[in-house]
Design a protein around this ligand. Structure first.
Ligand code: GLN
Length: 548
């Protein structure tokens, strides 16, 4: 059987959670024993999000093959076992780049190159490529943007053609909309959904299933009305209600029979889904035994989407310990003050995530210093590892001006310097050290113990690295370099042994954490932070007793 397709589109407004919905449907199909793959088309003109600001675009998710992709691919990987690569996320920019390369090569044999058929053909070929990777029963294709946008038209036209070519039994259209609550009228409104479906119809697509986002219960009559007006079966007007944990979304959709309906339309026979593991995760999320509080000190913290995978990886670590996660985002620049210590008191653990550019670095260094000196568990990721090395060089080794070439090119002590293979590379797009690389660890390290092995593969996204000229000075003063690339070129993990948990890694472990497979480093960090919480509580009790 060749693969069938489910297309997920969106209307009314953006940010409805289409990616999560698509991932959740993928999850339900997998739970029925089907093999799924997932892809996303983004209608913007950037070739990939790698060069876009995290404020604008949110996190850049990195795949094993080093593609810099949309954060929805993170949802896909967390909810399914789909193996994602650069083929699974295409932008208008990438499609046009491919077409223009062909045109310059003369591949079009003198023809006029047009949106239809050349752009739509390229889009369809990209879908077929993913479907043809073998071992896949259903490909879920999410179209970014909102119906009605000029940019998304070629993608919608391409999926319309796919239905024409493959037929009703091989394609299913899922359209996501919003049922807003109008506070002044105290009413839910279906009109935007009706208009959105009308918009879809005007380009030749009749949605099969509607996922209507709503912030509260939607009465049955309203669902019936939507179904009647939008020409779908009553049970196909599905309510995607806001839920406290995103891991409840698959259960919520299953309860309304979304998977059953999609499989009915696609004429696929599959057993009932086994959702016991997801139920367990949701049960844990809603019944924590205690909580753990983590401060994240970073530059893009006012916009949580910038660190999507990071936040989720912490959630996974907390779920594994049956804890509720409390995250406080601390703007790094705000810690560049005399009494920064005051802002850092009371957190169970401190984390400095990845980042670029000079802004806020001194604040991060203060945060790290506090964690190191007060024995608060510290987890540094990428930039967070680099800054941990700089902090150590400055405040333990006495190299007061130690820095990274990225923030102070003239520093006398370049603890962190440009990756050697990138010297002379000026182009920004796709030129970092990207994707999965092997790391070997010292068997007695904190990292190896957490992983339970000494060799791992993790994903990278950086331009700078640890400068081994400073290895002797730093290790002489107690820092341990416990992980490196197999041939020893790159330092991948640093630790402070006389500390309950102080670990920095050059890679981004957050990209590989899943709710059902929490990442070992995040799990270990959360565990250590919770242990610190216990210690802090005990100390507070003692202090209170002494006072009394
Ligand atoms: N800016 C640093 C570098 O390029 C860290 C990158 C990151 O944290 N992803 O090496």
């Amino acid at each position: 059987m060749s693969a069938k397709y489910i297309f997920v589109t969106g209307g009314v407004v953006s940010s409805l959670g289409k990616g999560l919905a698509a991932a959740s449907i993928g999850c339900l199909l997998e739970a029925r024993g089907l093999r799924v793959n997932m892809m996303k088309f983004d209608p913007y003109l950037n070739v990939d999000p790698g060069t876009m600001s995290p404020f604008q675009h949110g996190e850049v998710f990195v795949t094993d093959d080093g593609a810099e992709t949309d954060l929805d691919l993170g949802h896909y990987e967390r909810f399914t076992h789909a193996k994602l690569s650069r083929d699974n996320n295409l932008t208008t920019g990438r499609i046009y780049e491919q077409i223009i390369t062909k045109e310059r090569r003369g591949d079009y044999l003198g023809k006029t190159v047009q949106v239809i058929p050349h752009v739509t053909n390229e889009i369809k070929a990209a879908m077929r490529k993913v479907a043809a990777t073998g071992d896949v029963d259903v490909v879920l294709v999410e179209i970014g943007g909102t119906v009605g946008d000029i940019e998304s038209l070629p993608f919608l036209e391409a999926i319309r053609q796919m239905r024409q070519e493959l037929g009703r039994d091989n394609t299913c259209f899922v359209h996501m909309t919003l049922i807003p609550w109008i506070a002044a009228a105290q009413e839910l409104k279906t009109k935007p959904t009706q208009h959105s479906v009308k918009e879809m119809l005007s380009i030749g697509i009749q949605p099969d299933i509607l996922l209507c986002r709503a912030d509260r219960e939607v009465p049955r009559e309203m669902r019936e009305k939507i179904a009647a007006f939008c020409n779908v079966e009553t049970q196909a007007a599905v309510i995607a209600r806001d839920v406290p944990s995103i891991y409840e979304v698959p259960l919520n959709l299953a309860q309304q029979g979304v998977d059953t309906l999609a499989l009915k339309y696609l004429r696929i026979d599959a057993p009932e889904p086994d959702l016991s593991k997801w139920k367990d995760i949701v049960h844990r999320a809603y019944n924590p035994k205690d909580e753990v509080s983590i401060a994240i000190v970073g530059k893009y913290v006012e916009y949580e989407d910038s660190y999507k995978s990071l936040k989720e990886a912490l959630v996974h670590g907390a779920l594994a310990e049956n804890l509720k996660l409390r995250v406080t985002w601390l703007e790094a620049e705000g810690l560049e003050v005399e009494d920064y210590v005051e802002q850092l008191k009371g957190f169970d653990g401190i984390l400095v995530p990845g980042g670029f550019g000079k802004r806020g670095i001194e604040g991060m260094l203060n945060g790290i210093r506090y964690a190191r000196e007060h024995k608060v568990p510290y987890f540094g990721i990428c930039l967070g590892m680099q800054t941990a090395c700089i902090e150590y060089a400055r405040n333990v080794c006495g190299l007061a001006k130690a820095n990274s070439g990225e923030f102070d090119p003239a520093t006398p002590h370049r603890i962190i310097y440009k990756l050697r293979e990138l010297i002379g590379v000026e182009e920004m797009g796709g030129t970092m050290r990207l994707g999965a690389w092997t790391c070997v660890m010292e068997p007695d390290s904190l990292a190896a113990k957490a992983y339970g092995t000494t060799e791992i593969s993790e994903r990278h996204r950086h331009r700078y690295e640890f400068n081994r000229e400073y290895e002797a000075v730093l290790t002489g003063a107690g820092l341990r370099l416990t992980g490196s690339s197999p041939e020893g070129t790159y330092v991948e993990i640093v630790e402070i042994p006389e500390h309950p948990f102080f670990l920095g890694c050059q890679f981004h472990p957050e990209f590989k954490s899943k709710p059902l497979e929490p990442h070992p480093l995040f799990h270990a960090f959360v565990k250590a932070s919770f242990a610190n919480r216990g210690l802090m509580k005990a100390e507070a009790t003692v202090r209170a007793e002494v006072k009394a």
